[in-house]
Design a protein around this ligand. Structure first.
Ligand code: C2E
Ligand code: CA
Ligand code: CA
Length: 838
């Protein structure tokens, strides 16, 4: 409730008496509730009364005093009005503001009219009405109207109104800005004129359809602007109906969607572009929606997957295209992609027409501009050929070609697997089997007879093993058998069965051949829990049988274990070898086959043991790994070899072997960096040779370490390829600069079909991966010719040179080419006999 102006000279009480029209009570109500008060000015005596009625008179105050109640800015105006009213005797209305003494300013409306009386005596009656609230509301209204007008003016959407027949009645003011003024014409006419002729028929048809059916309108068309260019507009309208449901109006909007259309067009262009890239790619590119349903596949992909009718398979879950056993892997990859990760794997799956294929497939997320995962991208490629080679290599690498039995590596894998399966209180027996008189047969009857005998032995042992045992051929006439037994004693029966079956005569080339066998037995877990120790223990037991004239079996006993004792002594000696300067490095040349030029040297470690003489690194490196000395020794080799390599011409590379154990201890990166720093050797001249086992345990740390080394310019070679797991996945896990074919395959060339196949496959693999291939252990011209014919890049072996002492290597490096004369066969034989190569 607003407080009206308080009559001058008065408090809350009104000194108003008598009122024929309104009681003073009523007046107070008027004042308090409606904010109305009644005043009277008598110009004659210049007194102002606050009155209840035209006649009653209270105590007056001079007008100057009364005016003090009025806002100073409004005072003179109010006074002028009143004076003018008094002079003319007219009536009227004005507004004024109260004096802000109490803090708030009120807006008041005064209605004045002449009272009764003559001339100077004629008073002026004034009814004052507090209109503060009303004014405020009005102002707010005006502001909101203003806002509305602005909103309409600024809104990119132009409102329009049409009658039920579709005649345009009104269009928002922005129409003029876009299309120019209608200049007297009807809006409908104006609009029709500016419609693009190509769009007009469609738009008119749509509009007519809406008018006829009452369906909302939504059309896009080009409109000629005032600048004489066409822009895209979108018109939408909905009908307004009366109570009976009859359409009385169409309420429409018109929006400028030109930029939007242009963006769309640009997008389509870029889509077109992307699509052309997709189609020219040779890999299969599939796009899945965020839920993993196939929504796009490029042309090459359709060809690769032999898909004739994409529409038929579109929108089906991607995993449903794969064989059941592969589906979980696909689903996992999709789930990972949905989490933002990329998963890559090699999986088997037939094409749409059922052709068997191996795929290298990666599934990764595609994000929209706002970062949401909108689509999934499935790539790549038919790796069946590479996979076939891999499987071939894996098979060849795991099996003995002569007998078809597992080779040593595969046999060890089986021991590992059996150990993992072993239940508590259960035992497992490993039998090491040696034929007693095999050499005799081989020498007297010839190799083919020897081979036949070995095959027959294999067959009999396989029968012996039955469905539960596992047989392997570990080398020459060494066989082994693995058997799970409840009690160690049970293995006696197996050993007896082996001896009995091999004691029966063999018929070889029509002749009866009698051989015997010796068997050594090791029991897991009692004698060891890893293949090497178990096999070694079984061998120790076997030697004991042989020493006791053979044809029997023995269990391993710890007392037999002189070999193990020897290892312990060697470990102790090795720990002193460095400080005693018993370790040194020799260098074996690596030769480019095509040009016969020296590419570099491989550093090979040597140990000159004071009592045992030259000890092979093959024997002491494993000891160094077990005892943890490998880091120190590895650092020594790197230092020594890098320092030496600085005496060679810049073009000559240095290859250094790294043990997997050096990666496990994590010191390797620092060790390498230190060696390079101290010697000043450029990283690009250094090549590190590692074996697959570095990558074996999926060690991301080892891969990270390798990648860091690689990034610094160091080259990385994969050593001994073909002997290990020989899995393609290792080759893919790291971009090797070189693959080295293990010398065991090379040494079998050119006689062995199997080795030839492996060597050929590895060279093929290198070619397809664009990785150089080096053959180790090349000893003969025949081997070199064959490797050369297969396209092998590089060779290393006694045919060219044994590993050389530093001084000789330095002299050879200076000439930069190898003496044209490779080693003579006698030299090779001598080198082999000596066991060391320096
Ligand atoms: P590797 O890396 O495969 O080295 C090649 C081996 O083949 C060397 O044996 C070399 O002397 C021998 N060799 C070279 N050409 C021929 C040939 O024409 N015929 C024959 N029969 N053999 C040939 P080495 O020096 O006894 O080394 C054996 C293994 O010891 C090496 O195999 C390597 O794995 C390891 N090794 C050697 N030096 C080091 C080292 O400094 N650090 C580490 N971690 N391992 C080393
Ligand atoms: Ca090597
Ligand atoms: Ca090797």
């Amino acid at each position: 409730m607003h407080k009206p102006i308080t009559p001058p000279g008065q408090g809350q009480e009104q000194r108003v008496q008598g009122d024929p029209a309104f009681s003073s009570e009523t007046l107070r109500h008027l004042r308090d509730i409606a904010g109305v008060s009644v005043w009277r000015w008598q110009p004659a005596d210049n007194q102002v009364f606050h009155t209840g009625s035209g006649s009653s008179i209270g105590q007056g105050v001079p007008i100057q005093q009364a005016l003090k109640q009025i806002h100073p800015e409004d005072r003179s105006r109010v006074k002028r009005k009143l004076v003018a009213a008094a002079r003319t005797g007219g009536s009227g209305r004005f507004e004024f503001r109260s004096n802000p003494t109490g803090g708030s300013v009120h807006t008041l409306s005064a209605t004045f009219f002449p009272g009764e009386g003559e001339g100077e005596d004629k008073p002026i009656q004034i009814i004052v009405h507090d209109i503060t609230v009303a004014r405020r509301a009005e102002l707010a209204l005006r502001e909101s109207e203003e806002h509305y007008r602005n909103a309409v003016a600024l809104n990119p959407e132009i409102p329009w109104l049409a009658n039920a027949e579709g005649k345009l009645i009104e269009v928002g003011p922005r129409w003029n800005q876009i299309a120019g003024p209608a200049e007297g014409r009807e809006y409908g006419q104006h609009w029709r004129e500016r419609l693009h002729p190509e769009d007009a028929p469609y738009v008119h048809a749509q509009w007519a359809h809406s008018i006829a059916t009452g369906e909302p309108l939504d059309v896009e068309y080009r409109l000629l602007t005032i600048k004489n260019e066409y822009i895209w507009m979108r018109a939408r309208a909905a009908p307004g109906r009366d109570d009976t449901g009859r359409i009385v109006r169409w309420y429409g909007t018109l929006a400028d969607i030109n930029t939007h259309r242009q963006a769309l067009a640009a997008l389509r262009d870029s889509e077109e572009f992307a699509r052309s890239i997709l189609e020219s790619s040779t890999t299969a590119i599939e796009v899945l929606d965020a839920e993993g349903r196939l929504i796009f596949i490029n042309g090459p992909g359709k060809a690769l997957m032999e898909i004739d009718d994409f529409a038929r398979i579109a929108h089906r879950p991607f995993d449903s295209f794969w064989p059941q056993q592969v589906q979980p892997a696909i689903r996992n990859a999709i789930a990972s992609a949905q989490q933002g990760h990329t998963v890559r794997q090699t999986l088997f799956g037939p094409t749409a027409k059922g052709s068997p294929r191996w795929w290298d497939i990666s599934i990764s997320p595609i994000r929209s501009a706002d970062g949401r995962i909108e689509r999934l991208l499935a790539l790549s490629s038919d790796v069946s050929d590479a996979k076939r080679i891999e499987l071939e290599i894996i098979h060849l690498a795991r099996h003995d070609a002569l007998t078809g039995l597992a080779n040593r590596m595969h046999f060890y894998e089986q021991i590992d697997a059996a150990l993992a399966r072993l239940k508590p209180l259960q035992s497992m027996a490993v039998f090491s089997i040696d034929l007693d008189d095999f050499k005799l047969v081989n020498d007297t009857m010839g190799h083919p007879a020897g081979d036949q005998l070995l095959r027959d032995v294999a067959t009999r042992l396989a029968v012996c093993a039955g469905g539960t045992g596992f047989v392997g051929r570990l080398g020459g006439d060494e066989f082994a058998l693995l058997f799970e037994v409840y009690k160690p004693e049970d293995s006696v029966l197996v050993a007896q069965a082996i001896l009995a079956t091999l004691a029966r005569p063999f018929i070889i080339e029509g002749e009866t051949v009698n051989i015997g066998a010796s068997v050594g037995i090791a029991i897991a877990p009692r004698n060891g829990t890893n293949p090497e120790i178990l096999m070694q223990s079984a061998d120790v037991a076997l030697y004991r049988v042989k020493a006791e004239h053979g044809r029997g079996f023995r269990f391993f006993e710890p007392a037999m274990d002189l070999a193990l004792k020897g290892r312990r002594e060697m470990k102790r000696d090795l720990s002193r070898a460095l400080e005693r300067k018993e370790l040194f490095v020799v260098y074996q040349p690596q030769i480019d086959i095509a040009s016969n030029r020296l590419n570099g040297f491989e550093a090979l470690l040597r140990w000159q043991h004071p009592a045992r003489g030259a000890v092979s690194p093959a024997d002491f490196i494993p000891l160094a790994e077990e005892s943890g000395l490998i880091d120190e020794i590895g650092a020594f080799v790197l230092q020594e070899a890098c320092a030496e390599a600085m005496h060679w011409p810049d073009a000559i590379r240095l290859a250094v072997n790294l043990s997997p154990a050096q990666f496990r201890s994590r010191a390797v990166n620092r060790t390498v960096a230190e060696a390079l720093n101290k010697t000043g050797m450029p990283a690009t001249r250094l090549e590190l040779e590692i074996t697959e086992s570095v990558l074996l345990d999926e060690s991301t740390e080892a891969i990270a370490a390798l990648k860091a080394l690689h990034a610094s310019g160091i080259r990385v070679a994969l050593d001994d390829f073909g002997t290990g797991y020989s899995s393609l996945s290792y080759l893919r896990r790291f971009p090797f600069d070189k693959i080295k074919i293990d010398r065991s395959f090379v040494s079998d060339l050119p006689g062995s079909e199997e080795s030839a196949a492996i060597v050929r496959s590895i060279i093929g693999l290198g070619r397809s991966l664009k990785t150089r291939v080096t053959a180790e252990g090349v000893e003969t011209w025949d081997q070199l010719l064959m490797l050369s014919a297969e396209g092998c890049d590089e060779a290393q072996g006694y045919l060219f040179s044994q590993p050389l002492p530093a001084a000789q290597a330095r002299a050879l490096a200076a000439t930069r080419s190898l003496s044209a004369r490779p080693a003579e066969p006698q030299e090779i034989a001598a080198a082999k006999r000596s066991g060391t190569d320096s």
